[in-house]
Design a protein around this ligand. Structure first.
Ligand code: FES
Ligand SMILES: [Fe+2]
Length: 421
């Protein structure tokens, strides 16, 4: 359990809060590149209302949503060749927030600037940095820069605090219950024809957590495994502060939990597939929605991520950690909370927090550890991901799955359940 004060420190992300200051030391995704076209797009990030735009020269920008003149909404604006123009009286701002045109004024007032944050594109996402200068480098984590990958990105907005999702990333025991017992019971009750998912229901004999330079490496030994299996030997990381790395069998994913504000989270499933076969290069990274509710307004819980989200939502809009009863199995959650509280102190002392990248030579491609033979089942585990995780909603799922099967010499028509046998 935590004190109410520490619970607030861990969960409040607005300007001037300790966690808000920590989050502002990291580059954050603010939009999917494919969504930023000819019109400005409104986004809220860390409690600030912003507009993302792409100027005619192709460069992305992130500025305050309200115009400096008489506070019109820049969403009603025009993307011009080298900036964004307010739709009301035509003031134009460059990417750094400097006003460059005030058409109805006798002369330009160069002292006028709108709030603006540095923006970059990487891997089909628009990233921004809202902290003090000098800005660190935007980390080139492997999935974002691999040349031999096909990518897609799923998204949804969660109506609760991001920390509940991050804590779940260092909580391996939930897998056998939420994605094993609960999923199988739900599917049996619903009688919707789905097979029990045995691989996720295996008992955890041992879990381990190791801090490393980008976060925490999570390890497990499942029933029938030893410490020689990749699930223990290699593991996979929580990438501090807002990402989880998952996958296996040539499919790697970041789950990114972007704090919109204290009570909303933009959840991304950013997936890179490497089927080891020839494929046409993507010109854009396709996006898709991950639905959370069915036609009756009930949560969709017949897939792994839907089950996670239902569990996180049930903890409250901002979980009250002063009312918890933690056990020995929560060791990873405790480590993560300590890590966050330590990093808050580092930022309060004006030091770079964990994972800050400032050396360009170390930022060509940051390889993260990741089991490929996850749960000892490699490609078969990947087939389970295609069937039971958010990627099942991807518009390119079937095409990618076919590529994997061709590359592995399997018939393109093999059904998932047979592949598991
Ligand atoms: S309110 Fe934007 S130009 Fe007047
Ligand atoms: Fe989960």
């Amino acid at each position: 359990m935590l004190t109410k004060e520490d619970n607030d420190r861990l969960t409040r992300v607005g300007p001037g809060t300790p966690m808000g200051d920590l989050m502002r030391r990291y580059w954050m995704p603010i939009a999917i590149s494919a969504d930023i076209g000819e019109r400005p797009a409104a986004r809220r990030l860390l409690g600030e209302d912003l507009v993302v735009f792409r100027s005619g020269d192709g460069k992305v920008g992130v500025v305050d949503r309200q115009c400096k003149h008489r506070r019109a909404d820049l969403l009603v604006g025009v993307c011009e060749k080298s900036g964004i123009r307010c739709g009301y009286h035509g003031w134009m701002y460059a990417h750094d927030g400097q006003v460059i045109e005030q058409p109805a004024e006798p002369r330009l007032n160069p002292r006028v600037r709108i709030k603006a944050y540095p923006a970059q594109e990487l891997g089909g996402l628009v990233w921004t940095y809202m902290g003090p200068q000098p800005a660190p480098l935007l980390p080139h984590f492997d999935l974002f820069v691999w040349e031999d990958a096909i990518r897609d990105v799923g998204e949804c907005v969660l109506d609760f605090n991001f920390m509940q999702a991050m804590e779940n990333s260092v909580d391996p025991h939930h897998v056998e219950w939420l994605h094993g017992r609960f999923m199988n019971a739900h599917n049996a009750i619903e009688n919707n024809g789905k097979e029990p998912v045995e691989v996720l229901a295996r008992k955890h004999l041992k879990v381990g957590f190791d801090p490393f330079e980008y976060g925490i490496i999570k390890r497990r030994v499942l029933e029938g495994q030893t410490e020689e299996d990749e699930d223990w030997k290699v593991g996979h990381p929580l990438v501090f502060p807002i990402m989880l790395r998952v996958g296996g069998g040539g499919m790697d994913q970041f789950q990114i939990r972007v704090p919109i504000d204290d009570t909303h989270t933009w959840h991304l499933w950013y997936t890179a597939y490497r089927p080891k076969t020839a494929f046409a290069r993507q010109t854009t990274v396709p996006r898709y929605d991950v639905p959370l509710f069915d036609a009756k307004g009930e949560r969709i819980v017949d897939f792994v991520d839907g089950q996670d989200i239902a569990a996180w939502a049930g903890q409250g809009v901002i979980a009250d950690r002063s009312l918890e009863t933690l056990g020995a199995s929560d060791v990873g959650v405790v480590m993560l909370r300590r890590m966050f509280l330590e990093q808050l102190k580092r930022v309060e002392a004006n030091e770079d927090p964990l994972g800050t990248v400032r050396d360009p030579a170390a930022n060509v491609c940051i390889d993260l550890p990741m089991e490929q033979n996850k749960y000892g089942s490699g490609a078969a585990f990947r087939d389970e991901l295609f069937a039971h995780q958010a990627v099942r909603y991807s518009p390119i799922r079937d095409a990618v799955q076919t590529l994997f099967r061709q590359a592995e010499g399997r018939s393109a028509s093999v059904p998932v359940s047979t592949a598991m046998a």
